[in-house]
Design a protein around this ligand. Structure first.
Ligand SMILES: Cc1ncc(COP(=O)(O)O)c(C=O)c1O
Length: 367
């Protein structure tokens, strides 16, 4: 297990570089033009290329990832950048068949049209068949929504030995919960719309890599494709990151308590949470993550009861997405994920855990 960065240090990154009279809070640079007489000589030029709010945000994200980082207007924007910057016609890529479904759509509906050959494997059988001949291997561990996990270090080692690169989607655990670079992964992508922002009020994403060559391509992709984040979203994400440590700590601690209690409740047929001793993901999670996360799933008796549970609990938002301060839940089968119709993905928020359990238990008891 690798140590996440020190959050106190992260909080003071900007402060320690300030000059007298500078604002302590991050200024929002809302400008498409910059004062640019004469030769550009390294100054900010144009809003698609430069933005001071991005620069500060990316400084903090790079500290969190311990790797250079670029931001994008959504998690899918980041995933698109990582894939379009690394594949070409004739490339072979491998993606999870049980991960976030829009990544599959991107590969199937766009990359394959450009002559990229796309193969899928379920997370639990991801290494079966090896990685020979793959240029890019995209992993998501834990998978969303099943929460299956794989040994990222072993995958990254094998992919590298076979001459490919590994991209890991680390959205569900964040850099505070899992450190893919320390396990040998080449590129990390994240939807910062989720826990990184944390308040369900923005869409953002980032790509990080320790390879200068890869980051050059990612930067070029952003500049040329125009897939740039809005300055206001960047500012909001920067603010969200200042409380990531506190939020993530409470969310993960509460998820552990709730998973154990769900397991003991008679209305719940199955619970998945990597922090449960008998969960299929426990051993891998124990070995390669620093926290077990804030996402869990419960399977109830049937679809009607699952809907009733989600829609009647006053401390649960019936909503898609996850990672916000408000606990939220949804039936993933409604989007076509290959799960039981009564499978509920639950994102544990920042409500005090006993208050939250009381509300969840009352809704379960009333089913
Ligand atoms: C694991 C994972 N990766 C990527 C994304 C895409 O992020 P965004 O919605 O910010 O584009 C999501 C969104 O739910 C996700 O769950």
């Amino acid at each position: 297990m690798n140590n996440p960065p020190k959050s106190g240090e992260m909080l003071h990154l900007r402060g320690n570089a300030l000059d007298k009279g500078d604002p302590v809070a991050l200024p929002l640079t809302q400008s498409s033009m910059f004062h640019l007489p004469g030769a550009p000589d390294g100054h900010a030029t144009y809003g698609r290329v430069d933005n001071l709010t991005w620069v500060h945000l990316e400084h903090v994200l790079s500290h969190l990832e311990n790797a250079p980082c670029l931001t994008f207007p959504s998690g899918m924007g980041a995933i698109s950048a990582a894939l379009f910057a690394t594949v070409k016609a004739g490339s072979r890529i491998l993606i999870p068949s049980d991960g976030y479904y829009v990544t599959r759509l991107l590969a199937d509906r766009f990359l394959s049209n450009l002559g990229v050959s796309v193969e899928e494997r379920p997370t639990l059988a991801f290494a079966d068949g090896g990685f020979d001949g793959f240029d890019v291997v995209f992993v998501e561990s834990p998978s969303n929504p099943g929460l299956d996990m794989i040994d990222l270090g072993a995958v990254a080692r094998e992919v590298r030995a076979a001459g490919g690169i590994t991209i890991a989607d680390n959205t569900t655990l964040t850099p505070l919960g899992q450190r893919p670079f320390d396990l040998g992964v080449d590129i990390v992508v994240s939807s910062d719309t989720k826990a990184m922002g944390g308040h369900s009020d923005l869409l953002m994403g980032h790509v990080a890599s320790r390879s200068a060559q890869i980051m050059e391509r990612i930067e070029e992709w952003r500049r040329v494709s125009g897939a740039i984040p809005g300055p206001h979203e960047a500012w909001l994400l920067h603010r969200g990151l200042e409380t990531l440590d506190v939020r993530f700590d409470r969310m993960c601690a509460s998820a552990q308590v709730l998973a154990e209690r769900f397991k003991a409740h008679k209305a719940v047929q199955q619970v998945r949470y990597p922090g449960l001793l008998d969960d299929p993901s426990y051993a891998v999670a124990q070995a390669q993550t620093t926290r077990f996360g804030f996402l869990l799933s419960i399977t109830l008796e049937d679809e009607v009861k699952a809907e009733r549970f989600i829609n009647t609990c006053p401390l649960l938002r019936p909503a898609t997405s996850f990672g916000g301060v408000h606990s939220s839940a949804e039936r993933r089968a409604r989007w076509g994920d290959d799960v039981d119709p009564a499978f509920v993905r639950l994102s544990v928020g920042c409500e005090p855990v006993e208050e939250l359990w009381q509300a969840l238990e009352a809704s379960l008891n009333a089913l």
